[in-house]
Design a protein around this ligand. Structure first.
Ligand code: GAL
Length: 665
């Protein structure tokens, strides 16, 4: 459990009382009690209210609301309020404003208008955080710290002169000498050799493709610059309130920020989740994000934001259907969440988010379906205390490395259409549908607890990640690797010696060349049993060096060459997909790898029924989540946790319904 101060599953949301007259607060806390709210994130966007003029603070209103919340038994996830600087900062320090790649300054008037390397922003933010921490360090309502908000969400990188100087500093740290930098960046190409440090710039808009390593390093730097801001705040909070947990809210598979590095520095991982109800597969993507969060934090995490009903920032904002908010909340709990929170508590009446759903909507609560659902969920979650601390049971891991993601999606590649998330999702979706639990892992992580590891497009590999994967297979693991893997090192230089050099021996093959398959076109592959499948996107020209062929190409000048292979290596085996076959084929390949590894789902369930187990030393809980609009039946027994622990044999799950069974141990 993250905080002994909230001894239950956390329930609540972003609370912005500064948008309301104080008379409304009394109603707020009354409704919070009704809904079973036990924690609110307070003051995330309140810097301008807390410090209306430089160095002039007004904590009166925050004192009063904290007192009120405490009296009513609601704990506080107190924000450091640094996410949106007040207008005076830009007036005093125009150089603190961020600049985009093409040189556009981003002005105040929305939020997150600060350059991550700005000294003025850092100084003012640090002073504010210290004030807040000192003032509330002993407040009994303080349960945890909410640092900033969604770092990088709108401004993941900045190209101003301050950022350029900070980038050069970062490069000096990384390379030590200009010679080393020139070598790493391959500046012999296109006359890019640098003779002085101050010649180096961020990768601004250039006539054509910018230096790939420069682009990659700028991504690394930009992620680190944001991380430094988080660290700056955390240092102050640690010093003043050593025992209070610190988090900052993540945004799922957010490309600009390397969450592995961040999660290691947080006390608990928290996540904001906004699946689109208009997308029939959005619950699969949402599950994938939950699994990433559990993996990042190596355990329980908090769903920090979701909407009770609808967002306001898509072109068309579709309401969650009756039951869907509850269902998706339990999906998060099933996959390790120990907190279910919303953006936001009370719907705003002004500002850019007034049409965003909230726990308390604009309409009278008596007629609001979403309010009824919010109340139901909050009161139900109280029955799940026994769940706390229970973990997942994944034996399959999908590899994810942000540096690889950045490098893979740089320009000037054999195909611009090989995308990291598509590669990951193509495997994840099939495992999700088979109810096989999945973790995410960094390619340098200890993989020994997994039986199957899936490695989609692992284009950039360090020596140690290459060694790690070789070791995993040699020690008995089953690896499924997809095309365009093992191609470059951390400097984005080709690993010579025949593609994919670091995996050639393990895969038992060498790739002579690759070709993109033109858009809209497909090729065909045939399995050893004579079954034929389509494939598209990419095609490797494979020569065998010991691998066995599972499927070959049937057409074109590559007819008869291997498309999919398997190679026994050490105690394990490595599968390789040299193209993108249609789903049915990938499904059978995954089934084969899982069968070989002895990996099975918790139970057989009808299509559309998600089954997830959480387990601890004291209990085992089976979540059955029906994503169908029809009821579903599952043959399983246990004690039904939500209906006062009655024992059931065989369950019927309502449309968008859920059942949680405590299993016999
Ligand atoms: C999040 C953000 C919240 C709110 C919400 C709306 O990205 O953290 O402050 O803007 O989106 O969906």
């Amino acid at each position: 459990m993250f905080t002994g101060k909230v001894p239950h599953i956390i329930y609540g949301g972003d609370y912005n009382p500064e948008q309301w007259p104080e008379e409304t607060w009394a109603e707020d806390v009354r409704l919070m009690r009704e809904a079973g709210v036990n924690l609110v994130s307070l003051g995330i966007f309140s810097w301008a209210k807390l410090e209306p003029r430089p160095g002039e603070y007004d904590f009166g209103w925050l004192d009063r609301i904290l007192g009120l919340l405490h009296r009513e038994g609601v704990m506080v996830n107190l924000a450091t309020a640094t996410a949106s600087p007040p207008p005076w900062l830009a007036k005093l320090h125009p150089e603190s404003l961020p600049v985009t790649r093409d040189g556009t300054t981003l002005y105040p008037g929305s939020r997150q208008h600060y350059c991550p390397s700005s000294a003025a922003y850092k100084e003012c933010a640090a002073a504010l955080v210290r004030r807040i921490a000192e003032r509330y360090k002993d407040h009994p309502a303080l349960a945890m710290w909410h640092v900033n908000n969604e770092y990088g969400c709108h401004v993941p990188e900045c190209y101003c002169d301050t950022s350029a100087a900070a980038f050069r500093e970062w490069l000096r740290e990384r390379y030590g000498t200009l010679e080393a930098l020139n070598e790493a960046w391959g500046t012999a190409f296109w006359s890019q050799h640098y003779s002085e440090w101050d010649e180096i710039l961020p990768p601004h808009t250039t006539p054509t493709f910018a230096n790939p390593t420069q682009q990659l390093d700028f991504r690394r730097f930009s992620s680190d610059a944001l991380l430094d801001l988080f660290e700056m705040e955390k240092r102050i909070l640690r010093e003043v309130t050593p025992g209070v947990p610190v988090t900052t809210n993540f945004m799922g598979f957010f490309k600009p920020v390397d969450y592995w590095k961040w999660a290691a520095r947080e006390d608990l991982v928290s996540q904001d989740s906004y699946p689109d109800p208009a997308d029939p597969e959005s619950h699969i993507g949402a599950a994938m994000v939950c699994d990433l969060m559990r993996s990042l934090g190596e355990g329980p995490w908090v769903l920090m934001e979701q909407t009770a009903s609808r967002v306001n920032w898509r072109r068309r904002n579709v309401l969650k259907k009756p039951g869907q908010m509850r269902l998706w909340s339990y999906q998060a709990v099933a996959r390790g969440a120990e907190g279910v929170m919303f953006f936001q508590w009370r719907a705003s009446k002004a500002g850019a988010e007034k049409f965003h759903g909230a726990m308390v909507p604009h309409v009278k609560s008596e007629i609001s379906r979403s309010w009824r659902e919010v109340k139901q969920l909050g009161n139900e979650l109280k029955k799940l205390d026994a769940m706390q601390g229970a973990g997942g049971e994944a034996e399959v891991a999908i590899l994810l490395d942000w540096e690889n993601w950045w490098a893979l999606e740089l320009d000037s590649k054999p195909s611009a259409d090989v995308r990291m998330l598509e590669g990951i999702y193509s495997f994840y979706k099939l495992l999700f549908e088979a109810n096989i639990p999945v973790d995410f892992a960094h390619p340098e992580a200890n993989l020994s607890k997994y039986r199957v590891v899936i490695s989609p497009h692992l284009y950039l590999v360090t020596d140690s990640s290459a060694a790690n994967l070789n070791r995993f297979v040699r020690d008995g693991g089953k690896l499924v690797m997809s095309f365009f893997s093992g191609i470059v090192d951390e400097n984005e230089h080709i690993r010579l010696g025949g593609y994919p050099a670091p995996f050639r021996e393990m895969l038992g093959l060498v790739i002579e060349d690759f070709t993109a398959i033109p858009e809209g076109e497909t090729e065909r592959i045939e399995t050893q049993d004579g079954e034929s499948y389509a494939c598209d996107s990419w095609l490797d020209l494979i020569h065998l060096e010991g691998a066995e062929v599972l499927a070959s190409h049937t057409d074109g000048f590559y007819a008869g060459t291997p498309a999919v292979t398997r190679h026994a290596f050490g105690e394990g085996a490595a599968y390789y997909l040299g193209t993108r076959p249609e789903e049915e084929y990938v499904k059978s390949l995954l089934q084969r790898a899982c069968r070989e590894a002895g990996v099975e789902p918790p139970l057989e369930a009808p299509s559309g029924v998600e089954v997830v187990r959480r387990k601890s030393d004291t209990g085992s809980f089976l979540f059955l989540l029906n994503h169908n609009e029809e009821p579903a039946e599952v043959q399983v027994s246990g004690r039904d946790l939500l209906t006062d622990a009655r024992r059931v044999d065989g369950v019927r799950i309502e449309p968008f319904g859920i059942v949680i069974l405590e299993e016999q141990r």
